[in-house]
Write a protein that binds this ligand. Structure first.
Ligand code: URA
Length: 212
């Protein structure tokens, strides 16, 4: 597993506003988009490109364009949806799939309740959007789902990660495929309810409000 923790003053600033419990949902949503665009810049460092011949107003030259097949961006519902706009701003030609995962509040285990993905992901670069890498249950289950569809090149973009979740991804997925995690920070620990400390609370609720 490769881990990239982005050390940048703008990322630290935006993350601090996200962590602040007085930040209202509209500001939180806007900041998540901005932060994800910055994370996406690092996450796409190895996106596949190919040569492209063009004429500039001055001369003939060879540049680059994104190669086919296009990458697949997979937000994990519900909270990953808040990261989609920021990611596709940088990767406008990517295909977007969806994976709905729900976490059992007692066991903290994740299971799939919805999916809309290409049937065959072999040869596709996949970018999973999951804001909070907490216990790692959701991310492990999501990546396993993508591996079963043939994916072998998976990058997870997370706003925050906990050491416990990183360990779990490394142990449970690391031997099957080289996964890359890109995050704005690795926090201290999980609390007894599986929340990241200091964290930012429930990312879905902060983005979209509490649903009954
Ligand atoms: N999911 C969240 O939204 N927040 C956490 O801190 C952990 C899991």
């Amino acid at each position: 597993m490769r881990l990239h923790v982005l050390d940048h003053p703008l990322i630290a600033h935006k993350l601090t506003v996200l962590r602040d419990k007085t930040t209202p949902s509209p500001v939180f949503r806007q900041l998540v988009e901005e932060l994800v665009t910055l994370l996406a810049y690092e996450a796409t460092r190895e996106v596949r490109v190919e040569d492209k011949e063009i004429e500039t107003p001055v001369t003939h030259t060879i540049g680059k364009r994104m190669a086919d097949p296009r990458p697949v961006v997979v937000p994990i519902l519900r909270a990953g949806l808040g990261m989609l706009e920021g990611m596709t701003r940088l990767l406008p030609t990517a295909e977007v799939g969806f994976l709905g995962m729900v976490r059992d509040d007692e066991t903290l285990e994740a299971s799939t309740y919805a999916n809309r993905l290409p049937e065959d992901l072999s040869g596709r670069q996949c970018f999973v959007l999951d804001p909070m890498l907490a216990t790692g249950g959701t991310l492990v289950a999501s990546i396993e789902y993508l591996l079963d569809l043939g994916a072998r090149d998976v990058t997870a973009v997370c706003l925050l990660a906990a050491p416990e979740g990183l360990d779990r991804v490394a142990k449970e997925i690391g031997h099957r495929v080289e996964v890359t995690i890109v995050t704005a920070a690795v926090d201290e620990r999980l609390d007894e309810h599986g929340y990241i400390v200091p964290g930012l609370g429930d990312a879905g609720d902060r983005l979209y409000g509490v649903v009954g």
